[in-house]
Structure formats: structure tokens, C-alpha cells
Design a protein around this ligand. Structure first.
Ligand code: MOS
Length: 737
């Protein structure tokens, strides 16, 4: 089906079993916690595997001048050592104009150039992981280093206007921003910075590859199976259908598994050469350079307002970096385009090409760092105006999208702020800093809006019901830990009137019907809508075979009833079963309606006036994100995002060593993330919402909403507590003092 018009009344609205929305436990929970869910590195190979280990470049830019692999080759258990001198020839990187950047060829060890610190320069395969790792230490590499550019803040002048991505222009303008800002009686002109963020998924990237004849099977940890399939095929210069990607269980994605990396390519190549399976995992330390990261950003916010708080000028500019040879950029200055009304507007995104590892999507690219800057600037404006921060936002609530001039599909930002204020006790907040002292501690409250774009992408699904009344659904969709298996089980079970145990949800195989995969919070909507369509078509087929008008058919308890007839689905399916294919095409509803999920964050912090230490005491998020498919998994996504918001505000920072072009703190001992003791009483609620303009499920993405602004609530609470405004994230104690 195509999303050409608002979705009509449908089976999910009826929700006769009440399965949709129910806080069902994860269907993959027990296999995961009992070790029966194999992740990519644990998959049982069809023969005894060999183990690969990557050797990383220890310079950021230059050439490999010499390599001596003789000691590594003589080391115990070693079966193969590759460098650029003897690795198989692969396609050159790119092409850059491929619509799907994750499908580009990604050759490994193809030449002597080093383009970033940590780029693979050698690959060792041995009988065991330990032997491969030990031999890798014996590979001697000498370099001819070159001077590189590594610092965004020193390279702002060379930053360029990037190409449009996903149809979105990097710049926007309406009215006369400069004149309106200059004339505004109240002005905020503030510069914010955010540091490099590392995904650091719980499961490091890993691959287990083998060949079945001329077809390679790559088990890897990938959010997007079709992209991974094309990437392997393009790199190895073989047809797509000669590549099968399997990714049944994934220990976290966050955008860092949108691409695949050298572990997958080299495991595939080495298993062909050795004629046996090859496993390759990145170490935790290797992930910091060899995979992608979120660029640091510099952002300038200019807000002009009347004395009663009406925005007259809205300006947001953002700079980020990308690898010398790449074109991704962090679209931080896009988030405000749909958020607040203002007649004169200007947004600009600029990107500097540096000799750093590849930057790419990291949880809520754009919003995760753009919203904190914007929402802190709004707080600064509220302070200048002497206005309550919620009242300021209410005053600038737009009636329609302020830049696209189209209606919102649904927008409950105001309701989220009101509900959050009530639940959090916002009325107890002191308007001036320094008013609430508890011994050494100053206490304050802050809030921020949440906003994240909502998307729908083409996807397909196949469903089949058998003579036991068991429904099987197949999609190439992935579950990166978000709960895809579970929410799709609920949708399918509800639509066919089956208990969840009668549904087998099969994901994570590129042989299954093509989907958009997991990314950008579009996974549940896109794959879920294809599943919806397949189940809808299966209902029609079942009704027809029962001799029931499909419009009259009711599905419950494994039976179909209507027109005075009843039959069990198992009987109708019979020995051969019945199958149906479903499909979603986005249509033009994303062009007709401005689609975002919304929310409001509230935080209470205490600041130690002697040490500058910040403790987050309470945190609340109230969201509106369309229909909620599973109250538990949706809440988990929200609080996970908010916890990341705590980390983003107080802890996380990859520290650049500007002498060597590398990140100095490349492990979880030194790249700080919140520990349990850092996380306060924290809760999340979703307001009732059903959005019939988005997709047939009437849902919006929830994955990234919880981080999109969370950090600003904490930063604003710090200001409210002690009167210190820190504009450089993370807000560490040295900056507060
Ligand atoms: Mo999304 S950047 O794939 O979390």
C-alpha cells in the first residue's frame, strides 16, 4: 500500500485483544539472557573457524613506508597475514554519488595510504583469537607521516556548504533575519559546542563469514541488511545475490552499525582464500577509531524577541566535521525549522573536511546535539525576558510548520509541557538562581522541549499461516535491541486474532523481503507498515476461503467469524498454508504534513558549590509519539535516551589528541558514560496520541526522541540552581566552578 491519504479506521484501532500497546515482555528476552540468542561473533560456523585480528594504523595521515610481517607469519597458529602488498584487489571506495552511502564499496588494505588513525593496515588470521592477536603485535609497520588537520574549531573557515541529504537542504531562510535580529529589543547571541560522541555499543562490531559455493554468508552486527549486502557485493565486485547477510541479534546500534566495517569485508575475503569460516571482532578500543563517531559541533544561536517574548528572528548555524574523503555532516541546525514560530528565519549547516576517522549518524543525528543548543538558548532568552521557560515556548507555538507552511500531522508539544509541569512540580521552581540551598548544595530545575523528525520508508513483508494456526512473518528488518521482534509480534497477533505465542517473527536475514532496516527511528513504522499490509491481505485471503465478506470478518481466538459462519485459521490454512505479501510505499504524506514526535523534559539538579559537582536528582520526560505499540519497550527507549542525555550533558567526550589525530580516551574506562549511581529517579510517560497521517499503524518513531533535547533540561537546571551558564558540553565540574 501507499501512504497517499490518512489511514482509515483499521484493525489496530479496534484492538480487540488489547495486544497493541500492552507492555508485553520482549519475546527475545529469555533467549538473550540465557545465552541462546547468538550474536554475530557467536554464530556456529559450518566448519572450524579461523580468527582474524585487525592491525590499526598508528598515524592519522600519510603512507605505509614499510611492513615486515615475517615474525607474524612464523608465529604459532598463523594461517594468513595480509597487508596492502598482498590483500585481494577490491573495488575503489565509493562511488560517492550512490544514493545509499552505506552501500558504497569499502576496500580494505587496498593501498599504502593512511587516511585516519586506526585505519586497518594489516590483517592476521590464526587458529585462535589469542594467536591472531599475539601475531598482530609482531607486524612491524613504518610510516611516512604527513601533516593533517584535526581540529574543527581551527578549521571553521574552511567549512563548506554540504550537499542536500535525504532531500533536506543544509540552509534555509525566510523573511530578513539580519535586519529583524538587529532590530529586536531582546537578543540572545550564544555559541555552544558539543564534543565527539562514540556509540560504544554493548556488542562490539564482529563478523562470522563463510562461503557456500560462490555465495558468501556474512553474520555481522548491522542495522541495515540491504546496505550491508550491497557494500560487501560492491567491494568484492560480486552480484548482490551472491551475498547473504545475517544479523538476528544485535547488541545496540545507535547509528554506528548503519555501515559495516573492515571486520566484515576482511572476514569475507579471508574465508574465501582459506576455504573455511573466519571470525573477526573489533576490540572495544578499536571501535573508537575504526568505526564511526558523532562529530563535535560548534553552534551559534541567535534569537531576537519582543519584550513580551514573541520571537521575531530565529537563527541557528552549525559546524561539524567529516572525514577528508566523505560527505556526511551533523545536521544540528535543522531542528529548529519546525519548532517555534518566527517570521524571520535563517539556518545554516557547514562541514569541515578533516583527517579524522569517519563521522556519521549517532543516535538522533542533528537533534541529539542541535536540540540541547537551541533549548539552552531558549532558556537564556527566558532569563533575559524574566519569563517562565514554558510560557516563552507557549508564546511561540506555531499554528503550522513555520518553514514548510504545511500543517503538522499531530503536535502535542504544549500538552507535553503542561502534563510534565504538573507531574514534576514545576510550580515549586524558583525563578532566580541560588534560591534553594541545602548545605553545600544549590538546587534548581530546568526544562526543555523534545522534537524529532518522523519518517516512513519503503519496506516489504511476507506472512504465512500454517495448518497449526502458526503465523510466520519474514522481513530483512533488524532488532537492534529496541524491541522490534516484540512490537511486530503484537501487531501480527492482534490483526489475526492469535495469541503472541502463535506468531513467529523472523528478522535479520537479507534473504527475507527487503525493508528499510533500523535507523532514524523509522524502523517500526516502515517494517511495521509492511507487516500490517501483509496481515491485512492475509485476513482477506482467509475470509475469502471461509466464504465470509472480508469487511464483516472478525478475527479472535484463532478463529474467523462473520456472516453467520465461523472457521479456525488452522483449518483454512490446511496442509499447504496460506501466504500473503505486504508492502508500504511512503506516498506523499511526509510532504503534505510536517511530521515530528514531541515531548518535554524536566530535570532537578543539585550543584556542589565547593567542588562544582552536579548530581541529577530527578528527571521526567513526557512525550507524544503517535500510537504506542508496547508501553514497556517504548518507555525503555525513552528512559534510555534520557540517560544518554545525562551522559551527553555531564560525562561524554572523546578527547582529541591534536598532535596525533586520535582520540586519547579510547575505552570505557576513560570515555565516561553514566553509571547507575549517576542516574536519578527518572521516568517517562506517553500522552495518548493516534496519528493517522503517518502510517497505517498511526505511530511515530520513539527510538531517538528521548535524547533529542534531554541534555538541555539538565543544563538549564544547573543554571537555575547556581546561575552558571556553561555552553561547552559536557558540563564538567571545572566549568561549573
Ligand atoms: Mo539511529 S542514528 O540509527 O540511532
Amino acid at each position: 500500500m501507499e501512504m497517499k491519504q490518512p489511514a482509515g479506521h483499521n484493525a489496530l484501532d479496534d484492538n480487540r485483544q488489547g495486544l497493541v500497546g500492552r507492555p508485553l515482555d520482549r519475546v527475545d528476552g529469555v533467549p538473550k539472557v540465557t545465552g541462546r540468542a547468538p550474536y554475530a561473533y557467536e554464530v556456529r560456523a559450518p566448519a572450524r573457524p579461523a580468527y582474524g585480528y585487525l592491525v590499526e594504523a598508528s598515524i592519522a595521515k600519510g603512507r605505509v613506508a614499510g611492513v615486515d610481517t615475517s615474525a607474524a607469519e612464523r608465529a604459532p597458529g598463523v594461517v594468513l597475514v595480509w597487508t596492502h602488498r598482498n590483500a585481494p584487489k577490491q573495488a575503489p571506495f565509493g562511488p560517492m554519488n550512490l544514493e545509499d552511502r552505506f552501500a558504497r564499496a569499502k576496500p580494505q588494505l587496498n593501498d599504502d595510504r593512511v587516511q585516519y588513525y586506526g585505519e586497518p593496515v594489516a590483517f592476521v588470521v590464526a587458529e585462535s583469537f589469542e594467536q591472531a592477536r599475539a601475531a598482530a603485535q609482531l607486524v612491524r609497520v613504518t610510516y611516512a607521516p604527513e601533516r593533517g588537520d584535526y581540529e574543527l574549531q581551527k578549521n571553521l573557515a574552511q567549512a563548506q556548504k554540504p550537499k542536500p541529504s535525504n532531500g533536506r537542504e543544509p540552509d534555509s531562510a525566510s523573511g530578513d533575519f539580519d535586519a529583524a535580529f538587529a532590530a529586536a529589543p531582546v537578543q540572545v547571541d550564544a555559541r555552544y559546542t558539543t564534543p565527539v560522541h562514540i556509540h560504544a555499543q554493548m556488542e562490539p562490531h564482529a563478523s562470522t563469514a563463510w562461503w557456500e559455493g560462490d555465495r558468501v554468508v556474512v553474520n555481522c552486527s548491522s542495522q541495515l541488511l540491504e546496505s550491508a549486502q550491497k557494500c560487501v557485493a560492491n567491494t568484492l565486485q560480486i552480484p548482490n545475490e551472491k551475498v547473504r547477510i545475517l544479523s538476528r541479534y544485535i547488541g545496540g546500534g545507535f547509528g554506528g552499525k548503519l555501515p559495516i566495517y573492515g571486520d566484515a569485508i576482511l572476514a569475507a575475503l579471508a574465508s574465501r582464500q582459506l576455504n573455511r569460516p573466519v571470525k573477526t571482532a573489533l576490540t572495544r578500543q578499536q571501535m573508537f577509531h575504526l568505526t564511526t563517531h558523532r562529530s563535535d559541533t560548534v553552534q551559534r544561536l541567535r534569537l531576537g524577541a519582543t519584550r513580551d517574548g514573541v520571537l521575531t528572528a530565529f537563527g541557528h548555524e552549525a559546524w561539524s566535521h567529516t572525514a577528508r574523503f566523505d560527505d556526511f555532516y551533523e545536521s544540528a541546525a535543522m531542528v529548529g525549522r519546525s519548532l517555534y514560530a518566527a517570521p524571520n528565519r535563517m539556518t545554516k549547516n557547514r562541514v569541515a573536511h578533516l583527517d579524522l576517522p569517519v563521522s556519521d549518524s549517532c543516535r538522533a543525528p542533528g537533534e541529539a546535539v542541535g536540540m540541547p543548543a537551541l533549548e539552552c538558548a531558549m532558556d537564556e532568552l527566558a532569563v533575559q525576558l524574566g519569563m517562565d521557560p514554558i510560557a516563552l515556548r507557549l508564546r511561540n507555538e506555531p499554528k503550522q510548520d513555520p518553514e514548510k507552511h504545511i500543517p503538522f500531522s499531530s503536535r502535542q508539544l504544549v500538552a507535553c509541557m503542561h502534563e510534565g509541569a504538573k507531574r514534576f512540580g514545576w510550580d515549586l521552581r524558583h525563578t532566580q538562581p541560588g534560591q534553594q540551598r541545602e548545605g553545600r548544595w544549590l538546587v534548581g530545575m530546568g526544562m526543555a522541549a523534545a522534537s524529532r523528525g518522523n519518517f516512513l520508508r519503503p519496506s516489504k513483508c511476507k506472512v504465512h499461516i500454517d495448518g497449526n494456526g502458526m503465523l510466520t512473518a519474514k522481513m530483512s528488518m533488524t532488532d537492534i535491541g529496541t524491541g522490534s521482534y516484540t512490537v511486530f509480534t503484537q501487531v501480527a497477533a492482534e490483526m489475526l486474532g492469535l495469541p503472541p505465542a502463535q506468531v513467529s517473527m523472523q528478522l535479520g536475514d537479507s534473504d527475507f523481503p527487503e525493508t528499510a532496516g533500523s535507523g532514524g527511528s523509522f524502523g517500526a513504522a516502515s517494517a511495521g507498515s509492511a507487516l500490517y499490509d501483509a496481515c491485512d491481505k492475509l485476513r482477506t485471503k482467509l475470509a475469502q476461503s471461509a466464504g465470509i465478506d472480508p469487511a464483516q470478518a472478525r478475527f479472535a481466538d484463532g478463529k474467523i467469524t462473520g456472516c453467520g459462519k465461523t472457521a479456525t485459521l488452522a483449518t483454512l490454512a490446511g496442509a499447504s498454508g496460506i501466504e500473503a505479501d505486504g508492502e508500504i510505499q511512503p506516498g506523499d504524506m511526509m510532504k503534505k504534513y510536517s511530521q515530528q514526535a514531541y515531548g518535554a523534559f524536566f530535570a532537578e539538579v543539585a550543584v556542589d558549590t565547593e567542588s562544582g559537582e552536579v548530581r541529577v536528582r530527578r528527571m521526567l520526560g513526557v512525550f507524544a509519539a503517535g500510537r504506542i505499540l508496547n508501553a514497556k519497550t517504548a518507555r525503555s527507549q525513552a528512559i534510555g535516551g534520557m540517560i544518554w542525555g545525562v551522559g551527553e550533558t555531564l560525562h561524554e567526550e572523546a578527547v582529541l589528541d591534536a598532535r596525533h589525530g586520535c582520540f586519547a580516551n579510547h575505552d570505557l574506562a576513560e570515555y565516561h558514560v553514566p553509571a547507575h549511581a549517576d542516574i536519578p529517579a527518572l521516568d517517562a510517560y506517553y500522552l495518548p496520541e493516534v496519528d493517522d497521517k503517518t502510517n497505517p499503524l498511526k505511530i511515530k518513531g520513539v527510538g531517538e526522541l528521548g535524547i533529542s533535547g534531554a541534555g538541555a533540561a539538565i543544563a538549564n537546571a544547573i543554571y537555575n540552581a547556581c546561575g552558571v551558564r556553561v555552553r561547552d558540553f559536557p558540563i564538567t565540574l571545572d566549568k561549573v566552578l
